[in-house]
Design a protein around this ligand. Structure first.
Ligand code: ASP
Length: 341
């Protein structure tokens, strides 16, 4: 049986009533949506001695994102802030802690999407910055384009005042060790051994959704390789009419399957629940390409989908004062957090 979990019925938490909002394509009358921020820290294997650090990281990220949403009312802020926490955490393959190319360098991919406007921003081959997710947002907000690569992306980073770090600043002992292992083992699937791509999805009480994904990619990748994470529809997608998705796993498979878009198409056009959709699409992708992955998703009603066909995937979400997290199949640890955390 493939790995996944069934989420428990959620407790009744305070519900914010929304006005009918009229935006663009249709009028949305939504209520009873519980604002939620859900994050993942990558699908694959997690060493037993790292599990607690990884859980701590994803919980911190979900809390930070949730707090940002309360403070600014923006789901885009929520997913950006959540991902930034994980980009700064050495236990994840994004920002600091990114895995290395064959040449021993860091080349990062990221994308962010605002489901209320179908707006998005993407970067690939970002170097020497801690927060590629914020650069992706800059592409969306500060340029007429939606995807910048390499030198062009770095020029924007400089113009927008991003701190440009010394070349070695993002390279860790762990990523160097992993590259050595990769070179000896000569495989292209080391994401299964050490996961850590990060992502977040969020919904507010009015049904506005957003998604973000950030990664160092695959250990030992050729310089210039672009994965699924910066590609809208593959690694990331958000649309208020369906929901928001962030993917992790084998990028070459996820992009060919257009995984995130397919999940939301099932919700929008076939009346699937979001959990059914993430399960079916990931199972199909895994069967077709013999490559594994993981998904987190929120549909336009605020229901959650969490699923992976790898051994483990770290995830966490905050909804009201409940903070949930897990890494194993069926695991769902819950703690109650203070209002002011
Ligand atoms: N999807 C990422 C990539 O292929 C890797 C991962 O999620 O672990 O770049």
């Amino acid at each position: 049986m493939l790995h996944g979990l069934r989420l428990p019925q959620r407790l009744l938490l305070p519900i914010v009533k929304c006005q009918t909002i009229t935006w663009g394509r249709r009028s949305l009358a939504k209520d009873a949506i519980l604002p939620t921020v859900l994050v993942h820290g990558g699908a694959g294997h997690i060493d037993a001695d790292k599990v607690e650090c990884v859980k701590f990281g994803v919980k911190q990220a979900a809390q930070r994102g949730y707090k940002a949403m309360l403070e600014t009312g923006s789901t885009l802020d929520a997913v950006e802030q959540a991902v930034m926490v994980l980009e700064a955490d050495i236990h994840f393959n994004a920002g600091f802690g990114s895995v290395l190319t064959q040449d021993g360098n860091v080349e990062m991919d990221a994308s962010i999407m605002d489901g209320s406007r179908l707006e998005g921003g993407c970067v690939t081959m970002a170097r020497n910055i801690m927060h590629p997710i914020s650069l992706a947002r800059c592409v969306m907000e500060k340029t007429n384009y939606r995807f910048l690569a390499g030198d062009g992306a770095m020029r924007l980073a400089k113009e927008e005042g991003f701190e440009i770090l010394p070349k070695s600043a993002l390279i860790t002992e762990a990523s160097q060790k992993l590259l050595k292992v990769f070179k000896i083992s000569n495989t292209d699937t080391l994401y299964n051994v050490v996961p850590g791509t990060v992502g977040a999805v969020a919904i507010d009480a009015c049904g506005n959704v957003a998604a973000a994904t950030s990664t160092g990619g695959l250990t030992g990748k050729l310089s210039g390789r672009v994965g699924d994470s910066p590609i809208l529809g593959a690694g990331t997608y958000a649309d208020n009419e369906a929901g928001a998705v962030s993917a992790t796993g084998h990028g070459e498979s996820i992009m060919r399957y257009n995984l995130s878009s397919r999940v939301l198409a099932l919700v929008r056009h076939k009346d699937y629940s979001i959990q059914e959709a993430v399960e079916e699409m990931l199972q199909n992708m895994t069967a077709h390409f013999k490559q594994t992955g993981g998904l987190i998703a929120i549909d336009h009603r605020g229901q959650l989908g969490i699923y992976f066909t790898t051994e483990l995937m770290s995830w966490a979400y905050q909804q009201g004062n409940e903070l949930h997290c897990g890494v194993e199949v069926g695991e769902d640890e819950v703690v109650i957090v203070d209002d002011d955390t």
